[in-house]
Design a protein around this ligand. Structure first.
Ligand SMILES: Nc1ncnc2c1ncn2[C@@H]1O[C@H](COP(=O)(O)OP(=O)(O)OP(=O)(O)O)[C@@H](O)[C@H]1O
Ligand SMILES: [Mg+2]
Length: 279
């Protein structure tokens, strides 16, 4: 039996077999209001790994920076129909905003800077927390996984993501201030659970940007003390190959399938299937 970096023994996660039928999707919010912890990188690469396992994957870019959009090779400035359009056009057919990427089984609802107006506009909308949930309900049966790449904030867009989601993955960078703000995030999750979406789960904490140093070991231990068994066995190493893959506008699992980081993201995908999060 292998042991993880925390010394926990675990069963290896087998490569998932093909699905006989598709959907309904599990909706996963990739969420942490701390910036630069690996939300977008993990959204893209987890989506890449799952799509290569034959899962139909949709990424919802819910960040006005549009990093996931650009990271999948779509020019965010020339797309008219974005998640913003879908959120603010009642009864719109969501298919009009879905873009197929050049990768099999991997679609995206793009975002661009238009979305920066959403936070203010949402305030006066009817049912303002549930608009994204309504949008995704239309297409739930067409995908196996929907991953929402959240922006680094706990505003109304993120509340929409938490309301639309079945569960949350919290990427946490293995660095000194790793847990700063996490209590606030947990409070937001609990509020959404108790007021709007009682089924919302925390699927797990994904440690990213890990290096084999005493410092990272200590930080990992802290994260474990805070989240216990919620910490995924698989940890994502710090690697320069990830920014490279972003420049190449492809998931690393497709751009450099043999790379260590690709293996790690495939392992997270397997762990999610083994935990029953994803079909
Ligand atoms: N494991 C890693 N090793 C090295 N660099 C990484 C790793 N993960 C992410 N990065 C890089 O760190 C930067 C931040 O990552 P990313 O954009 O995924 O974080 P984020 O949480 O989505 O940020 P934001 O809060 O701004 O949306 C990016 O330049 C990315 O390429
Ligand atoms: Mg991001």
């Amino acid at each position: 039996m292998p042991t993880d970096l925390l010394g926990r023994e675990y069963e290896t996660f087998p490569a998932p077999g093909p699905l006989q039928q598709h959907g309904p999707a599990r909706v996963i919010a990739m969420c942490n209001q701390k910036g630069g912890v690996g939300k977008t990188t993990s959204s893209i690469n987890l989506a890449g790994a799952l799509s290569q396992y034959g899962r139909r994957v949709l990424i919802v870019d819910l960040d006005p920076q549009g990093a996931a959009t650009v990271g999948l090779g779509i020019n965010a400035n020339v797309v008219d129909n974005t998640i913003y359009t879908a959120l603010f056009t009642p009864r719109m057919d969501v298919h009009e905003v879905i873009r197929h990427t050049e990768f099999e089984n991997l679609d995206i609802i793009p975002a661009n800077i238009d979305l920066s107006a959403a936070e203010v506009q949402l305030v006066t909308e009817v049912g303002r927390e549930q608009i994204l949930a309504g949008v995704l309900r239309q297409i739930r049966y067409e995908y196996d996984v929907i991953i929402i790449d959240c922006q680094p904030s706990l505003g109304l867009l993120t509340v929409n993501a938490l309301t639309a989601a079945d569960g949350v993955i919290i990427p946490v960078a293995a660095e000194f201030f790793a847990l700063r703000g996490v209590a606030l995030l947990m409070q937001s999750i609990e509020k959404v659970q108790s007021r709007i979406n009682p089924g919302l789960e925390v699927y797990g904490v994904l440690v990213t940007m890990y290096t084999r140093t005493l410092h990272c070991e200590e930080v990992l231990q802290r994260i474990y003390e805070a989240f216990r068994e919620k910490v995924f066995h698989t940890v994502i190493s710090r690697s320069i190959k990830l920014p490279d893959a972003t420049v190449a506008a492809a998931p690393i699992t497709i751009y450099a399938p043999g790379h260590k980081t690709s293996k790690e993201y495939r392992e997270v995908a397997r762990e999610l299937v083994a935990r029953g999060v994803v079909a």
